[in-house]
Design a protein around this ligand. Structure first.
Ligand code: ATP
Ligand code: MG
Length: 298
């Protein structure tokens, strides 16, 4: 018991000082292909991921959110426009930005602990400080008892928590998350929202979180960016001035949350209708024809 306390004390002191960054996206466009086959995925898009805030981006599936994330991460370059971190243009991937992807990225052949230590070890920094930090984060994400288990032995929610710890150990200036809770069942998802919001509220690290789930967006966000249908641009920015710490039970009784939800849903609905009548003419024709056929049959 004493040992445990001694360890926790040292582990607590391993907590890193968070230096948060700010990202500015200015008139960014991204196209794929060439000539007649050019596809504009992002078009003249501008927004700021403000320091110490949790900015959430919501938009229809396929509107270009993951493409924007690849640009922010520096894995790809914009066709035009600039992206800067603390005023310095982003020219490639960097430790200052960390991305948690849509799909699980844990290595199945490594234990939870080894997965969390992956970043420091890859940099040749398997130091006592890094090991203390890994212990601290295992406690934080409630996985101390699972440190020697392999990803397939963890539930979906545990895997997501291990991934958060694996990203946080690198102490990035900005955490970027691309639908990290997609695919979890409704109850695990709500638990993860509270959990993740708690981690943010404690560190106030700059976070950028992408989702297609409106309740998730409103529960988490300080600022909500609503995207247009493809090509992606910011259609509206809503400030979500609901006090923290936030609890799921409060969310559904909160008047401001309901107001924001109605406004966001109406904007998203307009964008979805545009894609239906413009982008997917064939689908609209098909449904129209199908509904006529149905009426005739009756
Ligand atoms: N390398 C590429 N080459 C050509 N087209 C691409 C490429 N990457 C993405 N796209 C296209 O860009 C569009 C946006 O894709 P993206 O993955 O960014 O959407 P998304 O908003 O993240 O969707 P979802 O919510 O389903 O994850 C899609 O139509 C996709 O086919
Ligand atoms: Mg995506």
């Amino acid at each position: 018991m004493n040992d445990l306390h001694a360890t926790s004390g040292r582990v607590e002191s391993a907590r890193p000082a968070v230096s948060a960054g700010e990202i500015t996206v200015s008139n960014v466009s991204k196209s794929y292909g060439a000539g007649l086959f050019t596809k504009d995925v992002v078009q003249d898009c501008s927004f700021t991921i403000e320091r110490n805030k949790l900015t959430v981006m919501i938009g229809p599936s396929g509107c270009g959110k993951s493409t924007l994330i690849r640009l922010l991460a520096g894995f790809e370059k914009p066709t035009s426009g600039t992206i800067a971190l603390n005023g310095k243009p982003i020219t490639g991937p960097g430790r200052d930005r960390l991305v948690v992807f849509q799909e699980s990225a844990l290595f199945p052949w490594m234990t939870t602990y080894d997965n969390i230590m992956y970043g420091p070890r890859a940099r040749g920094e398997d130091t006592q400080q890094a090991r203390d930090m890994a212990k601290f984060l295992l406690e934080k994400v409630g996985l101390t008892a699972f440190r020697e288990k392999y990803p397939p032995q963890l539930s979906g929610g545990m895997q997501r928590r291990a991934e958060l710890a694996r990203a946080m150990i690198n102490n990035p200036n900005v955490m970027i998350l691309d639908e990290p809770f997609r695919g979890l069942d409704a109850m695990s998802k709500e638990l993860m929202w509270e959990y993740y919001a708690g981690l943010f509220e404690e560190s106030r690290r700059t976070n950028f979180f992408v989702t297609t789930d409106i309740d998730e967006a409103i529960f988490l966000a300080d600022r909500l960016l609503i995207m247009t249908n493809a090509p992606a641009r910011v259609r509206a920015t809503l400030e979500i001035d609901i006090p923290r710490p936030r609890k799921i039970a409060d969310l559904f009784n909160n008047e401001r949350a309901n107001e924001v939800k109605i406004e966001a849903l109406s904007l998203l609905h307009e964008e979805a209708m545009k894609s239906f009548s413009g982008g997917s003419k064939a689908a609209a024709d098909f449904i129209e024809a199908y509904s006529k056929r149905d009426t005739k049959q009756k």
